[in-house]
Design a protein around this ligand. Structure first.
Ligand SMILES: NC(=O)c1ccc[n+]([C@@H]2O[C@H](COP(=O)([O-])OP(=O)(O)OC[C@H]3O[C@@H](n4cnc5c(N)ncnc54)[C@H](OP(=O)(O)O)[C@@H]3O)[C@@H](O)[C@H]2O)c1
Length: 374
């Protein structure tokens, strides 16, 4: 089994491990066609919940509300496509433990939620609450203002007829902190506590609880990085200790030749495109700058022949494919897509994917692709 590099941060509430309660990391990896994830994409039940008010929660909720014909032509695993073709979900509930202003959605990703045909996004006007702390945050941030404006518009608009059988609803609940997952032997609901803003940018519980009937629950409350056995690790933040991208050992000395960049350096914050512009100093530029500054002192590769990469993978028992294998897999994905009127459909589970990609390996093939670590 491969090492799990992206994991869900723990959510410590009773019932979180009940069958029917899932982490977003597994869901998103399955959706992305991660080769190590073999996910059950059987039809979703009617009422599904998602905990969290970040972009991952939006991604998960949007997929859960979709039907197969709503999924764009980009590649998705064929099992997911089959599951969405019989998706029974009528109501997807997203639970944010704080207010509109404190949501971590980004404006574009939030607006996209309203573009799924046949899905109505619902915000309860009673959840639209601002205190002094929220107003200060609104004044300070253009992005926050855009998010709040969109949410307010949704709270104020007319609702579609409740009896419309073709309509699915995506409810965004604010000020609803999860306190327990309900159910004896599988998920039957989520209990939330009503939260109020404390005027200073914080929140407090009100002691008022609501039980939401649900048959499946996803938590999108943040990711955390995973430890690699050979390297030091800060378990609290889930990151590699570093100085300007140089990974440090327990004595704060640079581990020669090891550099960190992205979420394993900064923690799981920011979309992919933000890796350069939004961090100060820019994350990747800082790391590459350190690497270039050290370049003359770095030990050269013991075997500089690029084919040595393939030999090393074989020596370590890492299953991999060549460029020809990748093309073979692509051909298969196109064939699957053709059957359903799409350009291609992906093949997710590692075993199946590895079998399809296993071709005679050309000596010296450079584009080896690690499929599965044993
Ligand atoms: N398309 C895109 O651009 C895209 C797609 C996916 C992800 N991303 C990025 O990837 C990063 C990670 O996203 P993410 O959604 O995993 O994380 P995130 O933005 O940190 O959001 C996590 C959410 O979980 C909530 N939460 C945490 N602990 C909780 C608890 N115990 N109970 C209830 N709620 C809890 C947080 O609420 P509090 O704020 O109250 O802590 C927050 O709303 C973000 O920077 C995101 O923008 C981008």
């Amino acid at each position: 089994m491969g090492r799990e590099l992206r994991r869900d941060r723990d959510l410590d509430i009773p019932g979180i491990d009940l069958p029917g309660s899932h982490g977003a990391a597994e869901f998103v990896k399955g959706f992305d066609g991660h080769p190590d994830v073999s996910r059950d994409w059987s039809p979703q039940p009617r009422h599904v919940g998602v905990i969290g008010a970040g972009n991952v929660a939006l991604d998960v909720a949007r997929v859960l509300a979709k039907h197969a014909e709503d999924v764009p032509v980009t590649e998705i695993p064929h099992e997911l496509h089959r599951g969405l073709a019989v998706n029974r979900a009528t109501d997807v509930h997203v639970f944010a433990r704080r207010g509109l202003v404190q949501a971590r959605f980004t404006p574009k990703e939030l607006r996209e939620l309203d573009h799924v045909p046949g899905v109505e996004v619902v915000v309860d006007p009673e959840d639209v609450e601002f205190d002094e702390g929220s107003l200060a945050a609104l004044r300070a941030g253009e992005q926050t203002r855009m998010v709040v404006r969109t949410l307010q518009d949704w709270a104020l608009r007319d609702r579609r007829p409740a009896h419309d059988p073709a309509l699915r609803r995506l409810h965004l609940h604010f000020l609803a902190a999860p306190v327990a997952v309900l159910g004896a032997d599988r998920v039957t609901g989520l209990r939330t506590e009503r939260i109020e803003l404390d005027g200073r940018g914080g929140v407090r519980g009100t002691g008022v609880f609501t039980d939401h009937p649900l048959q499946a629950l996803y938590r999108a409350t943040g990711y955390i990085g995973s430890e690699l056995p050979e390297l030091p690790f800060d378990a609290l933040s889930g990151t590699l200790p570093h100085a300007a991208g140089r990974v440090l050992d327990f004595d704060d000395q640079h581990v020669p030749g090891v550099y960190a960049c992205g979420w394993i350096k900064r923690g799981p914050v920011g979309p992919i495109g933000h890796i350069v512009p939004s961090t100060r100093p820019p994350c990747v530029l800082e790391t590459v700058g350190s690497l270039l500054a050290d370049a003359d002192d770095l030990a050269p590769a013991p075997v500089p022949d690029p084919a040595a990469v393939v030999e090393l993978l074989e020596e370590r028992g890492v299953r991999h494919t060549t460029w020809d294998g990748r093309l073979q897999l692509d051909e298969h994905a196109r064939g699957l897509g053709e059957e359903r009127g799409r350009e291609r459909l992906g093949v997710a589970p590692g075993e199946e994917r590895a079998d399809l990609a296993r071709v005679g390996q050309r000596p010296g093939a450079l584009k080896s692709w690690a499929l599965h670590q044993s």
